[in-house]
Design a binder for this molecule. Structure first.
Ligand SMILES: [Zn+2]
Length: 326
C-alpha cells in the first residue's frame, strides 16, 4: 500500500533521517523475527515486497507519507525504518530475510529506463536482492522490458495506482507478453487500497490476464480492499499469486479488514500466497506482519509455505539462498 507518487509539488521536505537503530533495539527485534522462522523450521524468510529505490526518489516517497498525500488515504503513516540504504539492507539480513526485492516504479514516461538502470547497479551490489525492474506505458515499453529481462531481472513491479495508467493499455501489451513468455513474475499494485485510482480494481488487470493467461502476476497487498475479487482471479488463473503486504496487520484491519469468510480460500491457495511486507515504508515493526499472519490460525505448514517455500520455489533459491538457476 505504501506506494506513492514520488514528486508531488506540495510535499514538504522529508523529516530528518533516523540514525542507525540503536543496537539494543535492533538486536531485540531481529531476535524476535528470527524466533518466528526458526520456530517454523525454516532457513529464513523470502520477502517479495520491499522497497529500495534511488535515494532522492525514496526521500520524496517518505515526504509524501509525512504530508499524508491523497493516495495514502489520509491516514497517519509514521515510517518505521527511515535509515540509510546500507543500514536498511543490513537490517533485513539481520532479520534473516534470505531474498528480498527492490520494488520501484515510475509515475511518468521516461522514468522506467532510468529506474531500471539504477536497479541493475543495486542488484550488483546487493546479492540477496532479487534483481527488480519496472515498466510504464510508453512506446518503448516492450523493448525496455526485454532489455531488463536479458539483463537478469527476476521480478518486476508495476504500480497502477501511482502510475495512474490502464494496465490493459495497448502500449503495455508487448511488455506483458515478454514477461509471460519469460515466466518472470510481476508484482502489481492493482487493488484500490489505500485509495482508489482511475484504473485500480480487479477489472482492468483481468483484461490483461485474458490476453496473457500465463502471466505470473503477483497481486500486491492481497488486492485490498477487493480481496475476494482478486482471490477469484487466482482461482481462475493458476499463475496468479498474491502477496501479503500489510494485510492482516492492526493498521490495515482497522481500515479494510480481511473478510473472515474468505479464510478457507486463503488456506486453499496456500501455495500461491507470498510474504510481502512493504519494508521500510511501514508504520509498525517488521515482526508485526509475521505475527499478523500467524494469528490467522491457518497452521504451521501454511506459514512455512507463505513465508519462505513459495517464494523460494518461484525464484529458484537453493538451500543456501543462492539461485539454483544460476
Ligand atoms: Zn509497496
Amino acid at each position: 500500500m505504501s506506494d506513492h507518487p514520488t514528486a508531488p509539488a506540495s510535499a514538504p521536505e522529508a523529516a530528518p533521517e533516523r540514525g542507525p537503530v540503536p543496537a539494543s533495539e535492533s538486536v531485540a527485534e531481529s531476535a524476535e523475527v528470527r524466533r518466528f522462522w526458526e520456530g517454523l523450521g525454516l532457513p529464513g524468510l523470502v520477502d517479495v515486497h520491499t522497497h529500495f529505490m534511488p535515494e532522492r526518489v525514496l526521500r520524496k516517497v517518505w515526504a509524501y507519507f509525512d504530508a499524508l498525500g491523497p493516495l495514502t488515504g489520509g491516514v497517519e503513516w509514521p515510517i518505521t525504518y527511515r535509515q540509510e540504504e546500507s543500514e536498511r539492507a543490513r537490517l533485513l539480513r539481520e532479520f534473516g530475510v534470505r531474498a528480498f526485492t527492490a520494488m520501484l516504479y515510475p509515475h511518468k514516461p521516461g522514468m522506467a529506463g532510468w529506474l531500471n538502470g539504477w536497479a541493475v547497479d543495486f542488484a550488483r551490489r546487493t546479492p540477496d536482492c532479487l534483481h527488480t525492474a519496472t515498466l510504464f506505458p510508453e512506446p518503448d515499453a516492450e523493448a525496455q522490458v526485454r532489455e531488463a529481462v536479458e539483463a537478469g531481472a527476476r521480478v518486476f513491479k508495476a504500480h497502477v495506482q501511482v502510475g495512474a495508467y490502464d494496465p490493459a493499455d495497448p502500449l503495455l501489451d508487448g511488455a506483458w507478453g515478454v514477461l509471460a513468455e519469460a515466466g518472470v513474475p510481476v508484482v502489481v499494485h492493482c487493488g484500490s487500497g489505500p485509495a482508489p485510482g482511475k484504473h485500480t480494481g480487479p477489472e482492468p488487470i483481468a483484461r490483461v490476464l485474458a490476453r496473457h493467461p500465463r502471466l505470473r502476476l503477483i497481486v500486491a497487498h492481497l488486492g485490498m480492499p477487493e480481496y475476494e475479487d482478486f482471490l477469484d482471479l487466482a482461482a481462475r488463473y493458476e499463475e496468479v499469486r498474491l502477496d501479503t503486504t500489510m494485510a492482516f496487520t492492526d493498521f490495515t484491519e482497522r481500515m479494510v479488514p480481511f473478510p473472515r469468510r474468505a479464510l478457507p480460500r486463503l488456506a486453499d491457495l496456500g501455495d500461491r500466497i507470498l510474504l510481502g511486507t512493504d519494508f521500510p515504508n511501514i508504520p509498525y515493526p517488521y515482526v508485526h506482519q509475521l505475527h499478523a499472519l500467524e494469528r490467522l490460525g491457518l497452521g504451521q505448514a501454511w506459514l512455512r509455505a507463505v513465508c519462505h517455500d513459495n517464494g523460494a520455489r518461484l525464484f529458484g533459491l537453493g538451500a543456501s539462498g543462492e539461485s539454483s538457476a544460476s
